[in-house]
Design a protein around this ligand. Structure first.
Ligand code: B12
Ligand code: SF4
Ligand code: SF4
Length: 259
């Protein structure tokens, strides 16, 4: 199995899920990127994220490749969350249904790899973090950054070729796949040109500023929406106002000529 076959498998799985009865969320075409499990940048996560951040070999002793994919939300879901302070119900549902999609897709990939004599270690899309520190020992977006899936925005999100409104899945395998080249530019306009900052203007709970991010204030807002959308599922701890209605929501933002 090579990289293009993994991409096809992920694309087909997402397409099928869009056609599944009872599933309301619609997704765009996923993106996939591959990192060499021995890439030295993984070691930097012990400083950048936390000393207890796992290495690929902690998850799978004979790890060779870390696969990261991004499943973008359909534009209608993104638009639904632009107005107001509360998260839209379509955004909350997309969170729940995409988490389920990623869990199921990872299990499917793991089975497919096992069938051809390979192994995969899969981790859940979220809720794998310390509730006191609000930091995970397997940060999907940092792992996805190393794999070349995108670059970090001022809003903290990984911005991909299809923007940042969507969710990230990762898994570690003993299959050897050629690594993806990391983007040569910053996708975030603020980082590239010093301008924009629309995400900061849109933050609804003073959690995001140009100088930093208060994860506890952000969590407070996510818990507010969790209570609001409890009819959808047990965990709908979302917000995402700093991801929608901004230039990097669904594309790599283009700089103006004057920038
Ligand atoms: C804990 C957590 C939360 C907490 C804490 C947030 C946080 N920023 O850590 C709370 C509950 C508040 C939260 C909120 C949200 N979350 Co959340 N969350 C996570 C979780 C479980 C772990 C994140 C983590 O440990 N980060 C590590 C810390 C240290 O990093 P950080 O705070 O992101 O800050 C780093 C970046 O700014 C980065 N950085 C900036 N520039 C650069 C440049 C370089 C070169 C490098 C290397 C790094 C770098 O460095 C900072 C420090 O390391 C992940 C799932 C997972 N297991 O990965 C999802 C995840 C990060 N969340 C996600 C989302 C979408 C959200 C929300 C929009 C809620 C929603 N769904 O509506 C908000 C957005 C908040 C925000 N603006 O950051 C997505 C992000 C998708 C994407 N495109 O990036 C993830 C990846 C889930 C998923 N599977 O897709 N989340
Ligand atoms: S809204 Fe602008 S400043 Fe914020 S992450 Fe997107 S491009 Fe960067
Ligand atoms: S998710 Fe909401 S509270 Fe958190 S930083 Fe973005 S806008 Fe602010």
């Amino acid at each position: 199995m090579d990289g293009s076959q993994i991409l096809t498998m992920i694309e087909r799985y997402v397409e099928r899920r869009c056609e599944t009865e009872g599933v309301q969320t619609r997704w765009g075409k996923p993106l996939v990127a591959y990192a060499d499990a021995a890439d030295e940048m993984f070691l930097r996560l012990k400083e950048v994220v936390s000393p207890s951040h796992a290495m690929p070999a902690d998850l799978l002793p004979d790890a060779r490749t870390v696969v990261a994919y991004f499943v973008p939300f359909d534009d209608a879901i993104v638009r639904s969350n632009v107005e107001g302070r509360d998260a839209s119900s379509a955004w909350a549902r997309a969170y729940v249904e995409t988490n389920q999609l990623i869990s199921d897709l990872n299990s499917h990939i793991s089975d497919e790899l096992r069938a051809i004599g390979h192994k995969a270690c899969i981790t859940p899309p979220t809720h794998n973090y310390s509730p006191e520190r609000l930091i995970s020992d397997w940060s999907h977006r940092h792992v996805a950054y190393i794999a070349g899936l995108g670059t970090f925005g001022l809003n903290n999100m990984l911005i991909t070729e299809r923007g940042c409104c969507g969710r990230i899945g990762t898994f570690v395998t003993d299959l050897v796949v050629a690594p993806t080249r990391r983007p040569g530019i910053e996708y975030c306009l603020h980082k590239r040109t010093g301008r924009c900052g629309k995400c900061v203007e849109r933050c609804v709970n003073d959690a995001l500023t140009v100088n930093g991010f208060d994860r506890f204030k952000c969590h407070e807002m996510c818990l507010h929406n969790d209570a609001l959308h409890s009819d959808i599922a047990a965990a709908t701890d979302v917000c995402g106002k700093c991801l929608v209605g901004v230039p990097c929501s669904s594309v790599i933002p283009a700089a103006r000529h004057s920038d």
